[in-house]
Design a protein around this ligand. Structure first.
Ligand code: FE
Length: 208
């Protein structure tokens, strides 16, 4: 899980985007990135720093905060979880995309995809179907669950990390991820991501 580690405690830092803000255009416009990264993601990081300052969570890494606050009934703890998880999810999402992505996964990943789903197209279809089935805001993930690849979806800020599954890649299906470019057409956004942007190399690296 070394790829998931962010050892530094607060203040948590908004990581640089792994590409220019117009590099995903036209599938995702620079305008969308400017709000999604520059306002939403940045906002989660700033809010998290504000919330953990002076608390028992101040010295914890991002992953430690997520694990410590997950599933707790207190509203204050839930708000910290939401901002920590959204900070983590967005960093993972930016790396799940790349300019001129899509295409064929590296051999080792492709083999695991074919073992789990039959074909790459079947895997992409399962990701797309899960994206459409997620009611309201959330995330779709390709995960390693034990030794098997699976597609899972999570609502709001939730993430597979807290269920012991290892995320390989994610697609943000909150409206803020696509509304400026696609309005209500979530399916078109997800298709563009899977065909043109998805970063199979990142997923392969996360297989470990
Ligand atoms: Fe988002």
């Amino acid at each position: 899980m070394s790829n998931l580690k962010n050892k530094s405690a607060s203040p948590h830092i908004l990581p640089s985007l792994p590409y220019q803000d117009n590099a995903l255009d036209p599938a995702i416009s620079a305008n969308t990135i400017s709000f999604h990264y520059g306002k939403h993601h940045k906002g989660y990081v700033e809010k998290l720093n504000e919330l953990v300052a002076g608390t028992q969570f101040a010295e914890l890494s991002l992953e430690e905060i997520i694990i410590a606050t997950s599933g707790k009934p207190s509203m204050a703890t839930m708000v910290i979880f939401n901002n920590a998880a959204q900070t983590w999810n967005h960093t993972f999402y930016w790396s799940s995309l790349k300019p001129k992505g899509g295409g064929e996964p590296p051999a080792m990943l492709k083999q695991k995809i074919e073992a789990a789903f039959g074909t790459l197209d079947a895997c992409k279809k399962e990701l797309a179907d899960a994206a459409m089935a997620q009611f309201g805001s959330g995330w779709v993930w390709l995960v390693l669950d034990g030794v098997t690849l699976k597609v899972v979806k999570t609502g709001n800020a939730d993430l597979p990390l807290t269920n012991g599954m290892k995320p390989l890649l994610t697609i943000d299906v909150w409206e803020h991820a696509y509304y400026l470019d696609y309005q209500n057409r979530r399916a078109d956004y997800v298709k563009a991501v899977l065909d043109e942007l998805i970063n199979w190399d990142f997923a392969a690296k996360n297989l470990g």
